[in-house]
Design a binder for this molecule. Sequence first.
Ligand SMILES: *[C@@H]1O[C@H](CO)[C@@H](O)[C@H](O)[C@H]1NC(C)=O
Ligand SMILES: *[C@@H]1O[C@H](CO)[C@@H](O)[C@H](O)[C@H]1NC(C)=O
Ligand SMILES: *[C@@H]1O[C@H](CO)[C@@H](O)[C@H](O)[C@H]1NC(C)=O
Ligand SMILES: *[C@@H]1O[C@H](CO)[C@@H](O)[C@H](O)[C@H]1NC(C)=O
Ligand SMILES: *[C@@H]1O[C@H](CO)[C@@H](O)[C@H](O)[C@H]1NC(C)=O
Ligand SMILES: *[C@@H]1O[C@H](CO)[C@@H](O)[C@H](O)[C@H]1NC(C)=O
Ligand SMILES: *[C@@H]1O[C@H](CO)[C@@H](O)[C@H](O)[C@H]1NC(C)=O
Length: 753
Amino acid sequence: MVKTMGLFSIQSFLGLLILQSSLISADVKSDLETYIVHVEHPDGKVITNSEELEAWYHSFLNTITQSLEGELPRMVYTYRNVIKGFAAKLSTDEVKTLQDYEGFVHARPQRKLPLHTTHSPSFLGLHQNLGFWKDSNYGKGVIIGVLDTGILPSHPSFSDEGMPPPPAKWKGTCEFNFTACNNKLIGARYFTIGNGTPLDEGGHGTHTASTAAGNFVAGANSFGQANGTAVGIAPLAHLAIYKVCSGRDCSESDVLAAMDAAIEDGVDVLSLSLGFPSVPFAFDAVALGAYSAMQKGIFVSCSAMNNGPSYDTLSNEAPWILTVGASTIDRKLRATAVLGNKEEIDGEAIVQPNNFSQMLPLIYPGKTVTNPNAQFCTSGSLDIIDAKGKIILCEINEELLADMIKEVVKAAPAAIILMNQNSAGVTKLLAAIPWPTTQISYADGLRIKTYINSTSTPMATISFEGTVIGDAHAPIVASFSSRGPSLQSLGILKPDIIGPGVNILAAWPVSAEGNRNTKLTFAILSGTSMACPHLSGVAALLKSAHPDWSPAAIKSAIMTTADIVNLAHNPIEDQTLQPADVFATGAGHVNPSKANDPGLVYDIDPQDYIPYLCGLQYTDREVAIITQQKVNCSQVSSIPESQLNYPSFSVLFGEQVQTYSRTLTNVGDANSSYTVQISPPPGVHVSVKPDKLKFTEQKKKVTYEVTFRRLPSFGNYFRRLPSFGNSSFTQGFLVWTSGKYMVRSPIVAIMLD
Ligand SMILES: *[C@@H]1O[C@H](CO)[C@@H](O)[C@H](O)[C@H]1NC(C)=O
Ligand SMILES: *[C@@H]1O[C@H](CO)[C@@H](O)[C@H](O)[C@H]1NC(C)=O
Ligand SMILES: *[C@@H]1O[C@H](CO)[C@@H](O)[C@H](O)[C@H]1NC(C)=O
Ligand SMILES: *[C@@H]1O[C@H](CO)[C@@H](O)[C@H](O)[C@H]1NC(C)=O
Ligand SMILES: *[C@@H]1O[C@H](CO)[C@@H](O)[C@H](O)[C@H]1NC(C)=O
Ligand SMILES: *[C@@H]1O[C@H](CO)[C@@H](O)[C@H](O)[C@H]1NC(C)=O
Ligand SMILES: *[C@@H]1O[C@H](CO)[C@@H](O)[C@H](O)[C@H]1NC(C)=O
């Protein structure tokens, strides 16, 4: 019953190599499980008095647990903002009894959620004393709430030098039992029962918080690599930490409780690098909490999850959430493999020795050893070929990596060339392996195998070249970044955006030697977990520059100005070095400076989600669970998903001709006129009425209609969506341009089988 919800980083660390995979933890075996219980007042009464609310919630438990005197309290959390209901420890029999109680709506056992730099700000065009960083005042006055594994408060990234005091509206607290909070770290709370401190033991939360809003720290590096000044995306924003995960385990009731508190505390942005694999919005703690947050003007940014490159692997798909995928930055930690035939192969490594230069014999155990896992250099595959002092080619298998390291330590090769699996392509998730290594792409691994086959005396060396900036292929979508389409709402294109999430340097609580008392420690991690806080930081900058923008307006600004080309001005590629599709990139790669001045935005009022949810065929009860309002869908004029005023289009054929309207709000020059340019998805005719839009004042709204007609030629162009039967898609875009602005929306046309 217990599914895992987790942190979205996928890094292995040091010799210890903590692997994230298969950390499935079940609740302690007992008859009682923590249930999320939704209730409603029988006569629709809205209770705002918190004592009255508590009494009402407790009345449900009192009826069933009276006979259990002397037991531990059954109530785990009472929720005030995120849902009408509570979390309680209950048996299945008790839940059955509760179902007959007036006001009971729904109960289900909670799930566990898996958890999903020096250079990324400048890669995003953020430079000190210049441009958008200066214009947005580095995020001054904005509070970013981070739900994660907690924080190491003494890290210099959380120094409050240069920080103003928190805004007057701030109501949060600091639950450390020593003086830990300051004007940077203005709040720190924990929602991890039995782990009574907001302190970060794992490191994930320290890393994500410093990425969103860490202060400037000079001389940050990992093993000397990626050296420079580390800083978050919004260096003058405040941080409020909500610890919801112990180790890599995050419980749903804790996540809901933390979001409940963050809403009251007064955060402006919520950053969640965690989430469930796709679940209906009514049963997804993050979607429920985010809905209430959005209603109160809080921007919610979440990671897309690390289950790519397959389609339909997203988490956090609700349209009121910004769903963030991961891509590379233009920094490489170069370690070139040089073969005996002078062929040079680009690789990367975090740990780079400075005394490595000899040509040495090169072997591939997968060729000579008969052990089925020999290509992964697991137990017994290196010692029998006498690897000592030689260079070994090994294929990466994340599950067997720890075993490989053990074998390497035993067999003592001079160096290892680590070759990606086919699915990883060129995406290199670097681990700080304490041995001379270089990690190479799958295709380059095949080149080395061909070379080994071609000669009786294969030789190689590794040339360690250090940190190099300027990879023109960047940004490349990471292989692991989860892909759309959205299983919960096919008519909304997801993910929304991609941002830096590969080999990101940020604050870390433990030094490379395992020392917890050193201060200046940083680590390189990869995951959509790392991409999400970059976007949370960008949202904070936009909120500081435009306090009156709604969460939907901020999202629109980020999406319609995103880059669709890489530094070499070619279409953004994926891990295969082919152009990435919209289910990988969403609207494209975030461009913060352009997002600050988008010209026009597609805004959404919170009430607009009700006809959208009814249109998605949620029951009245489910819509009420999400929106905390009584809704009768047969009295609401429900809309098809694609009609929501979203900054992108996902059109489902079905019906051969479909028309949707969109409303643009002018946030640019008062007097401006725009014309539409259309790049239709192949096989689809797209027409827009009117094709010119004129604005004469700011905040003015203008509506246009767009009609999509499937052509007989659709079948000549499409790409298959293997997970949706024989469904298929093509993609294009439409863009409104004035002389000054480009407001671009991606279009995907899906042909349902
Ligand atoms: C503070 O809390 C930690 C973790 O719960 C505990 O180990 C420590 O003893 C506490 N220190 C003080 C001074 O209360
Ligand atoms: C990092 O850069 C700083 C400033 O340029 C320099 O002083 C320091 O020695 C460098 N550290 C490493 C490990 O390269
Ligand atoms: C390189 O230096 C390291 C650390 O000083 C040492 O352990 C290793 O033996 C040296 N390797 C070579 C090939 O000289
Ligand atoms: C290398 O040779 C082996 C047989 O010895 C063969 O199975 C393998 O496919 C060859 N690899 C390449 C990349 O040519
Ligand atoms: C919802 O509205 C319909 C049509 O007006 C009505 O027949 C139905 O009873 C209503 N349902 C509820 C639960 O009020
Ligand atoms: C916009 O244009 C109108 C008429 O063309 C003019 O009256 C108005 O002053 C202009 N507004 C601005 C802010 O330039
Ligand atoms: C997809 O189409 C092929 C050929 O038309 C058919 O054999 C197959 O059963 C279809 N697959 C699904 C999942 O519908």
